[in-house]
Design a binder for this molecule. Structure first.
Ligand code: FDA
Length: 303
């Protein structure tokens, strides 16, 4: 990261919330379920599929975990009643109580997956920071036995453990989103060199294809997209055997290029009242836009 980018990244928490909100609105569908559905319909019009995420802060009580579970149940139900085709759900286990009580969290996931079975939908468990990886994978491995074809997981090419996790997971049918990993982890457990993170992504992707995993190729990095297209050709995969995945608001041109070339692509659509932390993470990944946020502050101050 360049010095200016690093400085912007460090200063982001000092930016007033309304300014963060203004510059992050492209990454978030809005605060309500209706806002989210509007974004899904627009994406459908463009030929893209969606996965919906209800934004949440770190929770501290089992009541909050219950409330989040109910909100997700309602979401799965509404997706079905509104007949939103190919609209999946993404969920973070910490929002359902992973850090409070593993069994409570597992129970909540079972409720969501019961609902997903009824509504013929699919729930992807997002991957959080490395302190959650082992438990998240354990819960996933339990649930995929109980709800085959209804639940998926995420692996991060940044982590040194990922190829081992992949070898274990691909002993059965598996649906994996592969991404670089957004959480900057310490060197003993994670690669810090961007080129190694990329190469590990390609090695993992090829291994997934060889083992017939269904992969959500989640990246906006054109070099990785190029590598994925090369492997798709090499393994003669048909479009229903994989999908690309991108975040709402990021590189819409690349999204269009992939869709127009006949690939399936799913957009991650976050929405909800707790938009702040997600926005800061996205802006950190794009210091150029964060830079505009700072300019806006200075303009406001000097006006
Ligand atoms: P990289 O960061 O190199 O970005 C490539 C290019 O994309 C940049 O040069 C820029 O042009 C553009 N770009 C990237 N971010 C941008 C932004 N915010 N604004 C504008 N342009 C931007 N991580 C995780 O740890 N757990 C998870 O569960 C998920 N889930 C997930 C789902 C989906 C659908 C996606 C696409 C990503 C995730 N991630 C994630 C995040 C992922 O790990 C990673 O941090 C980001 O995708 C950025 O990495 P890229 O591979 O896109 O490359």
């Amino acid at each position: 990261m360049r010095l200016l980018d690093r400085t912007i990244s460090l200063l982001l928490p000092a930016v007033p919330k309304p300014i963060v909100r203004f510059f992050s609105r492209r990454y978030i569908a809005g605060t309500t379920i209706e806002d989210a559905f509007r974004a899904v319909r627009e994406l459908q019009r463009q030929g893209a599929m969606s996965t919906l995420d209800i934004l949440g802060e770190l929770i501290t009580s089992s009541e909050e975990a219950h409330r989040n579970t109910e909100a997700y149940e309602e979401l799965i139900h509404r997706v079905a009643t509104e007949r939103l085709e190919q609209t999946h759900i993404s969920v973070k286990l910490t929002a359902l109580g992973l850090l409070l009580d593993r069994e409570l969290c597992l129970g909540h996931m079972r409720r969501l997956l019961d609902q997903a079975v009824k509504a013929d939908n699919f729930v992807r468990i997002d991957m959080e920071d490395a302190s959650c990886t082992t438990e998240t994978l354990r819960i996933y491995e339990t649930l995929r036995q109980e709800f085959p074809g209804r639940v998926g997981i995420v692996l991060q090419s940044r982590l040194r453990r990922t190829l081992d996790d992949l070898d274990r997971l691909t002993q059965g049918p598996v649906n994996i989103r592969l991404c670089k990993g957004i959480y900057l982890e310490p060197r003993p457990i994670a690669y810090t060199d961007p080129e190694i993170i990329r190469r590990n992504f390609v090695v993992a992707l090829e291994r997934m294809f060889q083992r017939h995993a269904y992969v959500g190729i989640a990246t906006h990095d054109e070099r990785l997209v190029w590598e994925a297209l090369r492997l798709i050709r090499q393994y003669s995969l048909r479009p229903h055997q994989y999908e690309f995945q991108m975040l709402l608001g990021v590189d819409e041109e690349l999204r269009k290029i992939l869709l127009e070339s006949g690939h399936r692509l799913r957009v991650y659509v976050p929405y909800g009242e707790s938009w702040y932390h997600y926005s800061v993470r996205r802006l950190r990944e794009n210091p150029q836009i964060a830079g505009y946020a700072f300019k806006a502050i200075f303009k406001r101050v000097s006006a």
